[in-house]
Design a protein. Structure first.
Length: 453
């Protein structure tokens, strides 16, 4: 059977793949795995019930899924603090700040409204390793906890959840935002209340779009996957910068005052150089995935900043950051992790620090982003192939080597087998788009010929 947990929790079509019964069962299983025999404040947690923080984004299905999750936890003897609609990074922060035993975020991130997901955090607000998720999945088939009387968990409203998070975000800033005009696109998602408030409190002039969630419009033509409206709003209002979040606000992408997109790689380059200059970039090292642009690698080398590569996925970036005690990492998609302040990608935190760097340096976003040259990057998805044989096919390996020789130092090739479907992703970077396109199509044809079914 396929593994229930994906790269970012359990996700699927709400009330079809992700049912009330599954949500209840996952919560009860998590109570067994994460809620028993925990340690709090250096003491054994015996004598008190385990504590969980539960939060969600505003999609309509989150209402019944959060009710099922809370019921599953409370019926297993876990006290639940319901934080309501808040960003994923806020939920992670509150687990740590409240010294909770676990946290649950109900969100499908940038997916459309009919989808939803359940993501668990352990103590300290950290994502769970694969082996712990596997234990939760296994516990679905085991008897659930069934306390009675005073041992049954309580469900309470987490009244100051949003305020705690706002205060935390403001405390991270090296300087105020100096009245810079920011357009915020909140994707009709979890950032709709918090992001405008915190940017205003930090000293920015704020114009807001995409901040009217109705439960079904999340990510619909807005947010980090639809930047045209943000670019138009920045131009219409003469703003200094536009910031786009996704549905659960763990991403940040930006547009400059001329409406040009600044992606996650460029944001990481800006923050890495700033942190290195201020002496707060641990080991002068940035963590990024293999999909990050060649221009990022070159920019970091020019500034004597090392770059550590991981597989695609913010969880792998997080693992590398933790393993090497590093301070900054992320993905081209806008997941940026600043480990001094967060245990996961935080789109609001990233946006605040990006605007703070504009104010600190007196530079426009375009001037800051010029620290790296974005190389044309072409991605070809070759579907319906035997992707498991990619690593052992010598003809493909020879074709890749030939293209790499032709590109030399002016480009890069990456072939990746999909982890979920019979597909191979072919990515080529080059100084000119036409060359990248030609090389990608050539390699895609070889993959199709060698691995086609």
């Amino acid at each position: 059977m396929a593994r229930l947990f994906g790269t970012d929790g359990v996700r699927g079509l709400a009330n079809s793949d992700l049912t009330v019964e599954l949500a209840l069962g996952l919560a009860q299983a998590a109570a067994v795995v994460l809620g028993q025999g925990r340690v709090a404040d250096g003491r054994r947690a015996s004598g008190r019930r385990p504590v969980a923080v539960v939060a969600r984004d505003p999609r309509v299905s989150g209402e019944f899924i959060s009710a099922a999750v809370s019921a599953g936890l409370a019926s297993s003897g876990v006290d639940v603090f319901d934080a309501g609609v808040i960003p994923t990074p806020a939920a992670a922060f509150l687990v740590a700040d409240f010294k909770a035993d676990l946290g649950v975020m109900i969100s499908a991130s940038h997916n459309p409204a009919p989808d939803n997901g359940i993501k668990f955090f352990g103590q300290g607000g950290t994502k769970l390793p694969d082996e712990v998720e596997d234990r939760i999945e296994a516990a679905l088939a085991a008897p659930s906890l069934a306390p009675t009387g005073v041992e049954v968990g309580r469900i309470r409203r987490f009244a100051d959840a949003e305020d705690r998070y706002v205060v935390h975000l403001l405390s991270t800033l090296p300087n105020q935002l100096g009245g810079l005009h920011v357009v915020l696109d909140c994707a009709h998602g979890a950032a709709s209340g918090v992001s405008p408030q915190v940017f205003t409190d930090a000293g920015a002039k704020v114009t807001v779009i995409g901040a009217d969630p109705d439960g079904i419009n999340i990510n619909e033509g807005v947010g980090s996957t639809h930047l045209d409206n943000l670019a138009a709003a920045v131009l219409a209002h003469g703003a200094d910068i536009g910031i786009a979040h996704d549905g659960d606000a763990d991403r940040c992408l930006a547009v400059d005052k001329d409406g040009k997109v600044v992606d996650g790689d460029q944001i990481m380059a800006i923050l890495a150089v700033s942190m290195a200059e201020r002496g707060v970039l641990q080991d002068r090292t940035l963590v990024a995935t293999v999909m990050s642009n060649l221009g990022l690698r070159r920019a970091m080398a020019e500034h004597n900043i090392k770059m550590l590569e991981t597989k695609v996925g913010d969880r792998y970036v997080l693992e590398a950051l933790g393993e090497h005690s590093l301070s900054l990492g992320g993905e081209q998609s806008g997941h940026v992790i600043m480990t001094k302040f967060a245990t996961t990608g935080d789109g609001i935190l990233t946006g605040l620090h990006l605007v703070a760097e504009m104010e600190r340096t007196g530079k426009t976003l375009a001037e800051l982003a010029s620290v790296m040259t974005v190389y044309p990057q072409v991605l070809e998805n070759v579907r319906g192939v035997d992707h498991h044989s990619l690593g052992s096919d010598t003809v493909i390996a020879d074709a890749v080597a030939a293209v790499e020789t032709e590109l030399g130092d002016s480009g890069r090739v990456l072939l990746r087998a999909s982890g979920t479907e019979p597909m191979v992703r072919v990515m080529v970077e080059a100084e000119h788009h036409e060359i990248a396109q030609q090389m990608a199509e050539r390699l895609a044809a070889v993959v199709r010929a060698q691995l086609g079914r």
